[in-house]
Design a protein around this ligand. Structure first.
Ligand code: PEP
Ligand code: MG
Length: 555
């Protein structure tokens, strides 16, 4: 080993976590830290000068927001850019300003602390309001206040990197992950996180190599360093040795060769070696994933996670906005099916536009269909948009987190109302649009014989089914080692669901991540799974595997 290589070997850091999306990335790290400024607390005598500082910071914050509005207008359109105008107006809100002034003068405290306290009080008050619009403004109050505090303390906002980078972070929320410009993300690496969190799922849908659960050794100091990320083995090498770089290049070429081989399956139907057609669809979380679904020749979309549209837009998307999105998706699929799942907000997918309040145990809390059946206004708006889009392509709808027959009956009643309203309006839609439910709770499995008589298809969500069957929080890294989708209990749940679906004459699909697990393809087709839905980048490999297997259904 040369002296050079030896000294590099000494400094190389090898950190082991868990692979969340396979693949190799080589590049420069950009450490994505929290953008919340630190709040200092100080007693002050000169309250006048604190008030002056607030005024100056407010002017600076308003100037920034105006600049952002002008930039966003041509890029995002008026409706989305408007948010910066709303925030600018908030800065002049009399009650908000009186509160800041009162806190400074009565408590004799520094401006940063006063703004933070006023912000917390205001945000809490707004989020307790029954009106959705006002609830959503609580996030704006926090955002605006952080901006003012940053102007007060001279700290800068966390910027998204420019150019292609490996994104490292302590943790990433699903919406942070979603908002990143995927063209510029080479890999994700986080100190925390679990393999079934929605952040990890998003990374898989985007096909971006990811490693999670590295631990506290992953620090902001790694910013700007070269790294190799091995999403298959779950390792990041910071300042890699020439040998590690060479190995990484070799693995990357091997993966490329595998992709080439799988690409021979483009344009082919998925048929087992003994002649059973088992379509392989793609899971998407936004219309921008459609390109990759089509490039990888998915036979359809088996799961469109629509909640990300709600997480992204910072307010409740109107029926027309949703219709435009679903119609675009339906048209883009050009006759291939598009299965739209109604919003599954809750648990780790918190949306500012639907206030859920604090929950000690959100995975068991207000989530998915529970929210929709309580907030019929939101539910009906989405259903109308979906039904309208069904006039433009082969659309299906399915519902998450079902636990009872009562829920399914309620959904069907609401669908009847939606259809009647659309007919009265003379709006076109597919009268025979298929209705399915996700089987992702043990309750749904155990009554799947009853539920199967009510719907057109089942889609098994193995991510949640594993979580609820094994009582293992899918987002909690501390129990990740207990999260085992191969567990016999989960397999029995899948088999029972498939048997009950077939007894009632309906199809059973799998859209949870187990569908792309190479070790499970054989077992799943023999358990009776009729269709797969997997991340777009996994479609061809899954088709290749299915084509080599036999669907010899066991009695
Ligand atoms: C699942 O639970 O398996 C599923 C597909 O839904 P999500 O991962 O969005 O909860
Ligand atoms: Mg689920």
């Amino acid at each position: 080993m040369s002296g050079d290589a030896r000294s590099q070997a000494v400094f190389m850091m090898r950190l082991k976590g868990k692979g969340a999306c396979p693949g190799i990335a080589i590049g420069i790290i950009s450490y994505f830290g929290s953008s919340a400024p630190e709040i200092s607390y100080k007693n002050v005598n000169d309250t006048e000068s604190e008030l002056e500082r607030v005024e100056k910071a407010k002017s600076a914050a308003k100037a920034q927001l105006l600049e952002m509005y002008r930039k966003a207008l041509p890029e995002l359109g008026k409706e989305s850019a408007e948010i910066f105008e709303i925030q600018r107006a908030l800065i002049d809100d009399t009650d908000y300003n009186n509160a800041i002034e009162n806190i400074i003068t009565s408590q004799k405290v520094n401006a940063e602390y006063a703004v933070a306290v006023a912000s917390d009080n205001f945000a809490a008050m707004l989020s307790a309001m029954p009106d959705d619009y006002m609830c959503a403004r609580s996030t704006d109050v926090n955002d605006v206040s952080q901006r003012i505090i940053r102007c007060l303390s001279g700290s800068s906002e966390k910027k998204f990197h420019n150019g292609k980078r490996i994104i490292c972070a302590y943790d990433l929320t699903p919406s942070e992950t979603f908002r990143m410009d995927r063209e510029n993300v080479l890999a994700f690496v986080t100190a925390r996180g679990s393999s079934q969190s929605h952040t990890a799922i998003l990374a898989r849908i985007m096909g971006i190599p990811s490693v999670i659960g590295i631990g506290r050794e992953l620090t902001p100091e790694c910013d700007g360093k070269t790294a190799v990320v091995d999403g298959t083995e779950g390792i990041i090498y910071i300042d890699p040795t020439p040998q590690v770089l060479e190995d990484a290049e070799r693995k990357r070429s091997a993966a490329e060769r595998r992709r080439q081989l799988a690409s021979e399956f483009i344009g082919r139907e998925t048929i087992t070696a003994d002649g059973k057609k088992i379509p392989v669809n793609a899971n998407i979380s936004s219309v921008s994933d459609l390109e990759s679904a089509l490039e990888n020749d998915a036979e359809g979309v088996g799961l469109f996670r629509t909640e990300f549209l709600f997480l992204e837009c910072g307010g409740l998307p109107s029926e027309d906005v949703q219709f435009a999105v679903y119609r675009h998706a339906a048209e883009t699929m050009k006759g291939r099916k598009l299965t739209i799942r109604t919003i599954d907000i809750g648990a780790d997918k918190k949306s500012d536009c639907i206030a859920l309040g604090h929950e000690d145990n959100p995975a068991m809390g207000f989530r998915g269909i529970r929210i929709c059946l309580e907030r019929e206004d939101i539910f009906k708006t989405q259903l109308k948009a979906i039904f309208r889009a069904s006039a433009y392509g082969k659309t299906e709808v399915m519902f998450p987190m079902i636990i009872s027959l009562k829920e399914v009956k309620m959904i069907k009643e609401i669908i009847r109302e939606v259809k009647t309203e659309l007919r009265i309006m003379g709006t076109d839609f597919d009268e025979n649009l298929k209705i399915g439910i996700m089987i992702e709770t043990p309750a749904a499995v155990m009554i799947s014989d009853i539920l199967a008589k009510e719907v057109d298809f089942f889609s098994i969500g193995t991510n949640d089914l594993t979580q609820y069957t094994l009582a293992v929080d899918r987002t909690n890294p501390a129990v990740d080692k207990f999260y085992d989708p191969h567990h016999e209990a989960v397999k029995r749940m899948i088999k029972l669901t498939a048997d009950n679906a077939h007894a009632a004459g309906i199809k059973v699909c799998i859209c949870g991540d187990l569908g792309s697990d190479p070790d499970m393809t054989d077992w799943l087709i023999n358990a009776g799974i009729d269709e797969f839905s997997v991340p777009p980048s996994e479609v061809l490999e899954t088709r290749k595997r299915i084509s080599s297997l036999r669907a010899r259904l066991k009695p």
